[in-house]
Design a protein around this ligand. Structure first.
Ligand SMILES: [Ca+2]
Ligand SMILES: [Ca+2]
Length: 350
């Protein structure tokens, strides 16, 4: 009797109502579901963090490798011994061994620039630096010369080029008077914009500042940026200047072609050992005369332009260093401008 009542108690303890049993099962399933979701979310979060850490690590490596390219570029400029000319066949200008595909740690850097070969007329890549004196200095050049470079670089008519040049000059000059009656811009124009500002009335401190000037769209900026600068002495280096720049300072097309032909030496190729250089602004007429026996009037014109606008050396250089990592798609580029002593004047990472 005692045994029977104990069994029945045991039985009643295990035989819970069906509804109650179902609830426990549901709770268990929900818990499992919640835990699984939590695990998935946690796993995703951790994976994201690991990827971010890896990307940051890659970014840091790329930055250091690209920076090494700039350091190398500065060293290359500083190792040039003082001389009376800087030319396209200098080590800083064309130097595949130093600037092309240089391995470093997990990656490599390239220091290069793209330019139009003035002899072939084709766009080419050169592993080396660009000197700023091969361009027109928009802080010092007169409006006429800025108009010329815009006209050549943008292939636009005289009137539009003049308006853009006048706006550039008005942006930098200290007064608030329009330099030409229409098409130029001072405070009144910029104050009327949706987000108003004033004309700077001082020198450009960065080339990108041009995008604030009336008429200079990003598309125009992209086309002119390799022909203009805000660095350097303001004089154009006759040994490195492009055809458009030499035309802009006032030489005729015939004289510009002669300068470029003489520069390229016997083989007609710019940037190798047989290149001929001008070692002063006054030597331009003298050397051209040796090759072409020019008349007095032409020699006089060459001397007049050379005296005002030319030089045979460069004081500032631009390097673009791009870093890549082994087996990775990401890259990083640093653009820097520095002087002959290695003092950095501009730095941009992208
Ligand atoms: Ca002004
Ligand atoms: Ca040559």
């Amino acid at each position: 009797m005692v045994t029977k009542s104990a069994n029945s108690l045991k039985q009643s303890a295990y035989q819970l109502p069906k509804v109650f049993k179902g609830s426990i099962l549901l709770i268990a399933l929900w818990s499992l579901c919640l835990l699984s979701t939590f695990a998935v979310i946690l796993g995703y979060g951790v994976r994201q963090k690991i990827m971010l850490a890896s990307r940051l690590d890659d970014r840091a490596k790329l930055s250091l490798i690209a920076e090494a390219g700039i350091v190398r570029a500065i060293a290359e400029v500083k190792r040039e011994l003082p001389k009376s000319y800087d030319a396209i066949n200098d080590y800083w200008s064309i130097n595949i061994d130093t600037f092309k595909d240089i391995p470093l740690g997990d990656g490599r850097f390239n220091v290069y620039n793209e330019y139009i070969n003035d002899i072939s007329g084709l766009m080419e890549t050169r592993f080396g630096l660009v000197d700023e004196e091969r361009k027109i200095n928009i802080n010092t050049a007169e409006s006429r010369i800025i108009k010329n470079i815009l006209r050549f670089a943008l292939n636009i008519d005289e009137m539009l080029a003049q308006q853009l040049a006048a706006s550039i000059v008005d942006w930098r000059d200290s007064d608030s008077e329009l330099s030409i009656p229409s098409g130029s811009a001072e405070d009144a124009f910029y104050n009327d914009l949706q987000y108003p500002y004033e004309a700077k009335d001082a020198n450009f401190e960065s080339l990108d500042e041009l995008l604030l000037v009336k008429g200079i769209t990003p598309g125009i900026f992209e086309k002119i940026k390799d022909y203009i600068t805000i660095y350097g002495t303001g004089r154009v280096n006759v040994n490195t200047a492009s055809k458009f720049v030499l035309l802009s300072v006032g030489f005729t097309e015939d004289i510009v072609d002669k300068i470029i032909t003489v520069r390229s030496g016997d083989d007609g190729i710019l940037g190798n050992a047989d290149d001929i250089f001008f070692d002063s602004s006054s030597s331009v007429a003298v050397k051209l005369n040796q090759f072409y026996a020019l008349n007095e009037a032409t020699l006089g014109e060459i001397n007049a332009i050379s005296d005002l606008y030319l030089n045979s050396t460069s004081s500032c250089f631009m390097a673009r260093s791009t870093a890549t990592l082994r087996n990775k798609k990401s890259s990083q580029t640093i653009i820097s401008v520095f002087d002959k002593d290695g003092k950095v004047l501009y730095w941009r990472e992208s």
